[in-house]
Design a binder for this molecule. Structure first.
Ligand code: UGA
Length: 435
């Protein structure tokens, strides 16, 4: 099938590569020329394992091409996937301006296109965006009716950054939200080679499935973090507790890793959007409110506990190891390292940061702290280390062999503490040690 994809972020690019891998021809569209130039040169515009190799394969074979012209790209394809950004407005609501712009351009193209064309919404959007906002704009601009002149569906994306290629090719489920049989059949055929469970719903239900999934995953993490603070005080290890809890097949052990909280472009944004949707409809959301409240507590709790254990952090050389919101990405959106850095500055510590991939991105958020490109030099400088992102290279550090012994606070349960003899170590969710 010929498919145009509007928006070359994580979702658009990895979806395009996955569909190319399944044998389709893809036209990638973006308004940022530099992104398209990167793609043409077979380099990913962002750091994501596996994407460069897939670009080499599919750009050189001609399966992937690029365009800045939405109208052209839509005219030359049978299916258009909308994967543009949906950033948050300052009040937590969703900014739909890119979606409206994409819908208008698609409508323009459909005005003069004779064949039946399917439009698929893939970005995370608030309920009714597909069936009301997109439908009405495309119908008005194209002069055609959804279901007759064109098809309309919402198929949410469930990929994780850092594992985006794997997740795009091996989804747990494909949700196809459409009222139209013809559109469903075309998309079912497109996604069939993925061999995953297909669920047909309405477009609005598909939109809600995405918010409800992400919010439940975020809720699991916040719940584990709340239990973690209780465990620390009771004197038991939250990882042992969650192992016991997760063995219940109704719960599963996934997303119960307690620590400094969740970051990224999705969980904080999606929980906030869902709260906003509810507030607009005068629905109380104590669970979702608590999820965010808990997530704000964890970075403060980490630094406060460190201060209590050491009496003071004032004037201490404090290294924040890991600035990306999780390993295998250079993404720092809502990273928990930022509130930790701010808390440390407020406590009077000298703060420095290190990250294998996200250092430059973080520097623009916190220009006033020191940065180390070299991990050995960073460790030489530090008295105290806050481990914030579980990058593999941090697991390799031989803490006990370092020239000056460190005090190590682990926000992500990265280190096997049983091998540590000289290093003073505490990980969130463990009973507090007596130093
Ligand atoms: C998340 C979802 O996992 C994807 O299914 C979804 O498609 C995506 O959002 C999206 O909406 O686009 P992502 O944000 O890439 O994916 O990252 P996750 O691996 O889910 O991690 C999110 C945050 O939660 C990270 O900061 C991670 O460190 C933290 N986390 C995760 C925990 O603190 N504990 C856990 O047990 C798991």
């Amino acid at each position: 099938m010929k498919i145009s994809i509007i928006g070359c972020g994580y979702v658009g690019l990895t979806t395009g590569l996955a569909l190319a891998e399944l044998g389709n021809e893809i036209i990638l569209v973006d308004v940022i020329e530099e992104k398209l130039n990167n793609i043409k040169e077979m380099r990913s515009p962002f750091y994501e394992p596996g994407v460069d190799d897939m670009l080499v394969k599919h750009v050189s074979s001609g399966a992937i091409t690029t365009s800045m012209d939405v109208v052209d790209a839509v005219s030359g394809s049978q299916v258009t996937i909308i994967a543009v950004g949906t950033p948050s407005n300052p009040d937590g609501s969703m900014n739909d301006s890119y979606i409206k712009e994409a819908s208008k351009n698609i409508g323009e193209a459909l005005k003069v296109k004779d064949d039946f064309h399917v439009i698929v919404m893939k970005s995370t959007v608030v309920p009714d965006t597909t069936n009301v906002t997109i439908r009405s704009i495309v119908e008005e601009v194209s002069g055609k009716m959804s279901g007759k002149g064109f098809g309309l569906a919402m198929c949410p994306e469930f990929l994780r950054e850092g594992a985006a290629m794997h997740d795009s090719l091996n989804p747990d489920r494909v949700v196809i939200g459409t009222y139209e049989d013809r559109t469903f059949q075309i998309l079912e055929e497109l996604f069939r080679p993925l061999n995953s469970k297909v669920l047909r719903t309405s477009p609005t239900a598909a939109e809600m499935i995405k918010y409800a999934s992400n919010s439940l995953l975020a809720t699991k993490i916040s719940y584990a973090n709340e239990i973690s603070r209780i465990c620390e005080n009771v004197g038991v290890d939250v990882y042992e507790i969650m192992e016991g809890v997760g063995l219940d097949f109704r719960i599963s052990p996934q997303f119960l890793r307690a620590g400094v909280g969740f970051g990224g472009s999705c969980f904080p944004k999606d929980v906030s959007a869902l709260r906003h949707i509810a507030k607009d409809r005068k629905i109380d959301t104590p669970v979702l409110d608590g999820v965010m409240e808990n997530n704000d507590i964890q970075p403060r709790h980490l630094v406060d506990t460190a201060e209590e254990m050491l009496n003071s952090l004032k004037g201490k050389n404090t290294l924040v190891l890991g600035l990306a919101f999780k390993p295998d990405t250079d993404d720092i959106r809502s990273t928990r390292s930022l509130p930790v850095v701010k808390e440390l500055i407020a406590k009077g510590a000298n703060v420095a940061g290190h990250d294998p991939k996200a250092l430059e991105n973080f520097r623009s958020e916190a220009p006033d702290i020191e940065y180390f490109e070299d991990l050995d030099k960073a460790l030489e400088w530090a008295d105290i280390v806050f481990l914030m992102t579980e990058w593999p290279e941090y697991k390799e550090i031989e803490w006990d062999s370092l020239e000056t012994p460190k005090v190590l606070f682990d926000g992500r349960r990265t280190i096997d503490s049983s091998v540590l003899k000289k290093t003073r170590y505490w990980s969130m969710g463990k009973p507090l040690p007596k130093w």
